[in-house]
Design a protein around this ligand. Structure first.
Ligand code: COA
Length: 206
C-alpha cells in the first residue's frame, strides 16, 4: 500500500502553490500536523505572513492538526494584537518610552491563549481566526468568516462574527467520528479507507 509522503513540500506535480504545510514552517511557535495543506494564489510563503501579530516575546502558539485544508488569505490573529480594552485609553503609551515607559506598570495586555485548529478542518478563503480560539475536528470555516468563538467539532460556521450554519452530521455520527479519530490511524488503514472516508456510511469503514 502506498500513500503520499507527508514530508514532501509540494505534493502536486509541477505546482508550487500548494504545500504540505508543516514542511515550510520556520517559526517554532507554529505546529502543523501531517498532510495539512495550504494553497495560496501567489506563494505559500504567505502563510507565515498571515499569522499576524505573532511575537516571540508573547510566546503564544498556533497549533494545527492533521489533514486540514487551508485556503489562500486565511489569517490567524495572535495575542500580540491585543491592547487594553478596559482602560480609559487603548493607546500603548509604554512602547514609546521616555516618561511614558511606566504606563503599563501593574498591567498586562490581554492574553487569550493558544490558537488551536483540530484535524480534518477546512478553512475557506480569506477567513480570519482570532487568538485563543479552538476549532474542533471536522469543522468548516466559511469563506470570509471571522471566527471569534470556539467552533464545535463537525460544525460549519460563517459570517462576521461567525455563527453556526449547521452541524455536518447527527450527534450520533459526530460522536462516532470523534471516537474513531481516523486521522490518528496508521497510514495503511487510512489508505485502505480513503473511499469510505470520502463517503458518508460509517459501516463502510473497515
Ligand atoms: C460554508 C460552505 C461550505 C457552505 O456550503 P453549503 O453547505 O453548500 O452551504 P449553502 O450554500 O447551502 O448555504 C447554507 C447557509 O450558509 C450561508 N453561507 C454560505 N456561505 C457563507 C459564508 N461564506 N458566510 C456566511 N454565510 C454563508 C448561506 O447563506 C446559507 O444560509 P441560510 O441557510 O440562512 O440560507 C461554503 O459556503 C463555503 O464558504 N465554502 C468555502 C469555499 C472556500 O473558501 N474554498 C477555498 C478553496 S478550498
Amino acid at each position: 500500500m502506498s500513500a503520499p509522503n507527508p514530508t514532501t513540500k509540494f505534493p502536486l506535480a509541477n505546482y508550487d502553490r500548494l504545500c504540505f504545510l508543516k514542511n515550510i514552517i520556520t517559526n517554532p511557535n507554529i505546529e502543523v500536523g501531517d498532510y495539512t495543506y495550504y494553497d495560496d494564489f501567489e506563494t505559500v510563503e504567505n502563510f507565515e505572513k498571515n499569522v499576524r501579530y505573532h511575537f516571540d516575546f508573547v510566546g503564544d502558539k498556533l497549533i494545527i492538526g492533521k489533514f486540514c485544508m487551508i485556503a489562500s488569505d486565511v489569517k490567524f490573529i495572535m495575542n500580540g494584537a491585543n491592547h487594553l480594552t478596559d482602560a480609559f485609553s487603548t493607546f500603548p503609551f509604554a512602547i514609546f518610552g521616555e516618561d511614558w515607559a511606566g504606563a503599563m506598570e501593574g498591567r498586562a495586555y490581554p492574553r487569550k491563549g493558544n490558537l488551536i485548529v483540530g484535524n480534518d478542518v477546512w478553512i475557506g478563503y480569506n477567513a480570519t481566526i482570532m487568538a485563543g480560539i479552538t476549532v474542533g475536528d471536522g469543522a468548516i470555516i466559511a469563506t470570509n468568516a471571522t471566527v471569534v468563538k470556539d467552533v464545535a467539532p463537525y460544525t460549519i460556521v460563517g459570517g462576521n462574527p461567525a455563527r453556526e450554519i449547521r452541524k455536518r452530521f447527527s450527534d450520533d455520527t459526530i460522536e462516532k467520528l470523534l471516537a474513531l479519530k481516523w486521522w490518528d490511524r496508521d497510514i495503511d488503514w487510512i489508505t485502505s479507507n480513503v473511499q469510505a472516508l470520502t463517503g458518508r456510511n460509517f459501516d463502510d469503514l473497515t
